[in-house]
Ligand binder design. Structure first.
Ligand code: DGY
Length: 328
């Protein structure tokens, strides 16, 4: 069988290239700018597979431009950039990178939580601007974390990893999810299942861990923000459109909540100007999974999915296994 022709929209990391280079004819997009759409459509044509990032939209238009494509491997756990149904219709396998980024992302959700509660960004800005005049009793007083109530919205692998870390802070942990977790998980994590509205009303910190789906779009809205305590904070490491940014800015302005810490945005890389202007908001550039170890694992996982398909094996992280059944 001829070597599969594979487009990678990123040069990836050396470990992932080692996996791909031996069995595949690779075309790596090496420009530091993200690949323009027209270039993506042109380069995908004639390829057998594509390794892509969450910044690339894999839709009917792209699939039509690349009719020989048999696999799309996303280097991300979230795959709202991929129209999986369209892939299935055209017999294209799609995969993601679950599991390898859970702990790193949970660490970062906590970094954001601590940063917004304890005003670390403002403190750093004070020093870097040369304005710090020394210790003062009421300087940059934030909110305590230990002993407070954490609300985890979405209790999958990452939500649970976030909850586990709260044990060390002696927090009460509440969670909401479409499905209740098994009793042993609740016991291990000291987590209480609660209706989402009740969680919003009680939690001091609300950390979002839901996938972006039609029913999670703008889950944080004027209505949900109005249920929160005036002393509460929102932390978002899931997907930007889960939060209605205009509503969040309005709630912060009206002091309906105490602050927000965000890693993801509705229209990346644009950030709502009202968020940029605020001191009670911590902003990070979608880096929750960005440790070198984890990003390398993600790239290798995507590469292994591609190689598995062309080896005649089931890609371990396939999202639409029906395409394999249809071929066999
Ligand atoms: C993902 O994997 O979905 C993140 O947003 C990037 O790590």
């Amino acid at each position: 069988m001829p070597r599969p022709k594979v487009l990678s929209t990123h040069p990836l990391f050396p470990a992932a290239r080692t996996i791909l280079d031996a069995p595949c004819d690779m075309d790596y997009w090496k420009n530091p700018e993200r690949i323009p759409r027209a270039e993506l459509l042109a380069r995908a044509a004639g390829r057998d597979a594509m390794v892509c990032l969450l910044t690339e939209k894999v839709d009917d238009e792209l699939l039509a431009a690349a009719p020989t494509l048999r696999m799309v491997a996303n280097v991300a756990v979230g795959y709202d950039n991929i129209d999986v149904a369209a892939c299935t219709r055209r017999g294209v396998a799609a995969s993601n990178t679950p599991g390898v980024l859970d702990e790193t992302t949970a660490d970062f959700a906590w970094a954001l939580l601590m940063a917004v509660a304890r005003r670390i960004g403002e403190g750093e800005q004070l020093i870097r601007s040369g304005q710090w005049k020394g210790w003062d009793l009421d300087q940059l007083c934030g909110g305590d974390v230990s002993g407070k109530t954490l609300g985890v919205v979405g209790f999958g692998r990452i939500g649970r990893a976030v909850a586990r870390r709260a044990i060390g802070f002696k927090m009460r942990v509440l969670y909401s999810d479409a499905v209740r977790a098994p009793r042993e998980v609740e016991e291990e994590l000291h987590a209480e299942f609660i209706d989402r509205d009740a969680l919003f009303a009680v939690a001091d910190f609300i950390s979002l861990h839901v996938p972006l789906l039609p029913d999670t779009h703008h889950l944080i809205s004027t209505a949900t923000l109005s249920k929160m305590k005036a002393t509460a904070y929102i932390i978002n490491t899931s997907r930007g459109p889960v939060v209605d940014e205009a509503a969040l800015v309005a709630a912060l302005e009206a002091k309906k909540i105490a602050g927000a810490a965000l890693d993801v945005y509705e229209r990346e890389p644009q950030v709502h100007p009202g968020l940029i202007a605020r001191k009670d908001v911590v902003l990070a550039p979608h880096i929750a999974s960005a440790s070198l170890e984890t990003r390398t694992k993600m790239a290798c996982m995507a590469a292994e999915n591609v190689v598995a398909l062309f080896d005649g094996r089931r890609p371990p992280n396939i999202l639409n296994p029906d395409v394999l059944a249809a071929k066999s």
